[in-house]
Ligand binder design. Structure first.
Ligand code: ATP
Ligand code: MG
Length: 270
């Protein structure tokens, strides 16, 4: 696959590290991670996706191999500090310009191992250090939990993006816990910037979406102005392991993810 460059070989630059987090399951974290990464890469950015979810959906989506076949995944990254980061970064993925550190089921055990560390929340931050100044963007796909894997992502991040399911009346249920965790993490990562809530499956005409939009603003203090609608093509694109843009660049949601990438690149430029 023709690539724009290696995420681990380019010269020093400012690296934006975005944690995509929400402990609610199935809200669009992985979809946002992949499609944001793809569109940033289209803008010429060097992007590395870090899969922190034991379900390894992002890895299954864009990896050239099945995560079960990969020896060095985020699980080993977190538990074997002696292994160099270069072992873990796969420059070749199904999306041009996007590198990947695979996730795997073993992450479930890594969560337990992290508990034994002197600074259990800060292991990922230390391990990703060599990538800082090399990649333009590191995008961390978090699991649907608020345990140590997510805390590590929040501690390693410069920015936080919170996908929220707009089309569900329960889209914000329990999310005060996420804001509480973010506040706790700012003690060890005081410069973490909240990009805000990103409304997913949003439809301005629906009352439920209008309601969630209003409440999300209250809860998270900030909304991403780009909103993501609903399309069945998201499922279809992940089935064939491509981004939505590669599957159908004319799709309305594909265009919204392109807008999102532009917005985020602008927001994080300072
Ligand atoms: N905008 C959308 N329109 C239609 N379907 C979507 C949209 N975004 C995500 N989906 C679908 O919803 C499901 C859940 O999305 P996704 O896997 O991105 O959520 P997640 O938050 O990463 O889930 P988990 O918490 O399990 O990791 C997937 O089948 C995905 O294809
Ligand atoms: Mg996911």
């Amino acid at each position: 696959m023709a690539r724009s460059g290696s995420a681990v070989q380019k010269e020093e630059k400012k690296t934006v590290v975005i944690a995509i987090a929400n402990h609610k399951g199935g809200v669009g974290k992985t979809t946002t991670c992949i499609n944001l990464a793809d569109n940033l890469a289209q803008m010429g950015k060097l992007v590395c996706v870090v899969d922190m979810d034991p379900q390894a959906n992002a890895s299954q989506h864009i990896g050239m191999s099945h995560p079960a076949e990969i020896n060095y995944t985020t699980a080993e990254l977190l538990t074997n500090p002696e292994l160099p980061l270069t072992y873990f970064v796969h420059d070749e993925t199904r999306i041009d310009g996007v590198a990947l550190i695979y996730g795997s089921m073993a992450l479930d055990n890594a969560d337990d191992a992290l508990r034994m560390e002197p600074r259990p929340n800060e292991v990922l931050r230390d391990r990703l250090q060599p990538l800082l100044g090399k990649a333009d963007y590191i995008i961390i796909d978090c699991p649907p939990s608020l345990r140590l894997l997510t805390s590590n992502a929040l501690a390693a991040a410069t920015h936080l993006l919170i996908p929220v399911e707009s089309g569900s009346p329960y889209g914000l249920y329990g999310l005060a816990d996420l804001t509480k965790r973010v506040q706790q993490i700012t003690r060890i990562n005081p410069t973490l910037i909240n990009l805000g809530a990103l409304l997913i499956r949003h439809d301005d005409r629906q009352l439920v979406c209008q309601n969630i939009e209003q409440k999300a603003m209250g809860l998270f203090g900030k909304l991403v102005p780009v909103k993501i609608g609903t399309t069945t093509k998201i499922n279809q694109s992940s089935t064939v392991q491509t981004s939505l843009r590669m599957f159908d660049s004319t799709n309305k949601v594909a265009k919204q993810y392109k807008e999102l990438a532009k917005y985020i690149d602008n927001e994080t430029a300072a």
